[in-house]
Write a new protein. Structure first.
Length: 226
């Protein structure tokens, strides 16, 4: 087993499991290159940082970066409408064809813009061009990994503001509590209620209640807002 502190590809594979076959939304870190590109989405929030870096380099790099930023803004405008329920995904997918062509044209131009860092970035992105548009091809795939980053943020803040743990048991306790919090918050379930129910079950020698939402709760979350 590799060190959990490492971000190498071997660690990513061990964490996800050999049978993992979901949609993977990631940055461009090389540790994820083992995963099939067509089932991977490059995070557009990270790509926007690449674009900002292009713009800061001036000259032709800046021109290409500004043009890419305009295309990214158009994509996010439509994506926000999908999230609001005012744009259907098939309409989004068909509307994105001009954006896709222009983004890839700009990246191709960036490979010979005369600014080495920008040329390298454009080449690296184009190698994974299929992963730029997974959210366009498949409904339900997010264009960023914001949801995952928000889920782990409480753990990061706790680590920064605490002195950590001093035993394996303490680490497992924090690990379990952070998992409970991250799992229950998105469906708007009460963390304290769950922990209380889990403690009562343990005292009675019964299995802990499931962290997964009930079918009724899932149906409720899928209903459109009034």
């Amino acid at each position: 087993m590799s060190s959990p502190l490492s971000r190498r590809g071997k660690v990513a594979r061990e964490r996800l499991g050999e049978q993992f076959w979901g949609w993977l939304v990631t940055d461009r870190w090389s540790a994820y290159t083992w995963y099939p590109t067509w089932r991977r989405q490059l995070c557009w929030a990270h790509l926007r940082r690449d674009i900002e870096a292009m713009m800061a380099r001036g000259g032709r790099s800046q021109e290409i970066g500004e043009a890419l930023r305009a295309q990214a803004r158009q994509m996010f405008h439509w994506w926000h409408r999908i999230r609001e329920g005012t744009l259907a995904h098939p309409t989004f997918a068909s509307s994105m064809w001009p954006v896709r062509r222009e983004v890839e044209r700009l990246l191709a131009a960036g490979q010979t813009c005369g600014v080495p860092k920008t040329e390298g970035t454009c080449r690296a992105i184009l190698k994974r061009r299929q992963a730029l548009w997974t959210c366009v091809r498949h409904a339900g795939v997010e264009p960023t990994n914001h949801a995952a980053e928000r889920a782990i943020r409480p753990g990061g803040l706790w680590r920064q503001g605490s002195v950590g743990t001093h035993s394996a048991e303490g680490s497992r306790l924090v690990e379990a509590l952070m998992t409970v919090v991250a799992t229950l918050k998105p469906p708007h379930r009460h963390v304290l209620d769950y922990v209380t129910a889990a403690d009562e079950a343990a005292l009675c020698g019964e299995p802990a209640p499931s962290l997964l939402p009930t079918l009724d709760a899932l149906n409720q979350d899928m209903r459109p807002a009034a």
